[in-house]
Design a protein around this ligand. Structure first.
Ligand code: FAD
Length: 330
């Protein structure tokens, strides 16, 4: 009898795994896939439903815990046994380490975007914590002199070639956004953000300082780093050989930095499924394109080439279209 392979999470990694092996069982708590780049469009005024792509599932249910010893998933509404499981539960945020974190708004998913969209219109001083791609794209979508980005490091979009930071800084400054570098946040209050050097008025503070994985607390008896499951280069759990992970949920043991991106999610979903099927595919991360949007401007790299304007926009939109097409194939 064929082995039962369960795919937990029907985001980009999960649907890529399912398309690699249609015998896999796809489980998600949401009847729709959230197209993350389109969350930015919600902030800039698109129809709120724009990021949501309905997709078929084998089971709808929220996973609460996994009994790894007995190979059983506990969903909120039923238990499912597996021979192999691929965990692809995406990302989350953790800013509980910041003093006054109850005054911070998260920005990691669709519901956060809706909430922010409603609040932004009425606020005078909006502080975004973190100048990575999320903070930069969010600030660009608001595009107003009410916005300040507080970045702890010496440049925004750190980790990317310097041209990214230069281009984003110019575009954001011309839309009125202030960028404060070397400004690690020490405390957030209802109406203020305190950094090591200065205080900033803020009636809306948003965290864009990075993502963690999204493993429920009850699943953290396996080896995790930042709530991401630690896997080997075959995307296999370092604790349980029948457990695999893909996309934002995984981090490779002794591997270098791997960005949380759609390209990585797609390729790792395929590799995880191949290994669950019994092939021996080593995962070779290759984030070959990286496009950032600031308001209506697009720029980034394809391979080693820096591009901007319509070419960059087409590449970003083609990546979204690819996922929409994958959903249609399910
Ligand atoms: C605002 C924003 C913009 C982005 N823009 C880009 C971009 O332009 N280009 C790019 O490459 N990347 C971008 N990213 C990152 C990219 O979207 C992610 O890296 C990618 O979606 C990861 O895919 P995934 O399958 O790992 O997770 P996801 O696509 O997040 O899927 C996770 C799935 O797990 C399900 N799930 C979660 N918890 C449970 C549970 N307990 N039970 C059942 N199901 C559950 C969710 O419903 C979801 O369907 C962006 C991210 C954000 C937040």
């Amino acid at each position: 009898m064929a082995e039962r392979i369960i795919i937990l999470g029907g985001g980009i990694a999960g649907i890529s795994a399912k398309l690699r092996n249609r015998q896999g069982t796809l489980v998600d708590e949401n009847p729709y896939l959230t197209m993350a780049p389109r969350i930015i469009d919600v902030i800039s005024g698109q129809n709120p439903d724009y990021p949501l792509i309905p997709r078929p599932l084998d089971y709808t249910g929220s996973v609460k815990s996994i009994d790894f010893e007995n190979k059983k998933l506990h969903l909120h509404n039923k238990d499912i046994t597996y021979d192999k499981v691929i965990i692809a539960l995406g990302h989350s945020q953790d800013y509980s380490f910041i003093k006054g974190s109850k005054h911070i708004n998260g920005f990691s998913g669709y519901h956060d975007a809706l909430e922010l969209k409603n609040k932004i219109a009425h606020k005078k001083h909006i502080v975004i914590i973190g100048g990575g791609y999320l903070g930069v794209e969010l600030a660009g979508a608001i595009g107003s002199n009410r916005v300040t980005i507080l970045e702890a490091g010496t440049q925004i979009l750190a980790g990317l070639p310097g041209k990214f930071s230069e281009t984003a800084s110019e575009l954001l400054s011309s839309s009125g956004v202030s960028i404060e570098l070397e400004s690690p946040v020490v405390e957030v209050r209802k109406d203020m953000v305190i950094t090591s050097g200065k205080n900033y008025e803020s009636d809306l503070t948003v965290f864009a300082g990075g993502f963690t994985g999204n493993l429920p607390d009850t699943m953290q008896d396996i080896t995790v780093k930042n709530s991401r499951m630690v896997v080997n280069s075959y995307l296999q759990s370092v604790d349980y050989p029948d457990v695999y992970a893909a996309g934002d949920t995984m981090v490779i043991e002794n591997g270098g930095f791997i960005p949380m991106s759609a390209i990585i999610a797609r390729s790792s979903g395929i590799t995880a499924m191949e290994n669950a099927m019994g092939f021996k595919s080593r995962f070779k991360p290759n984030n070959f394109a990286n496009i950032i949007r600031v308001g209506k401007n697009y720029f980034g790299t394809v391979g080693n080439t820096f591009i901007h304007g319509i070419g960059a926009r087409i590449i970003k939109e083609a990546a979204v279209a690819l996922t929409v097409n994958q959903v249609k194939e399910l």
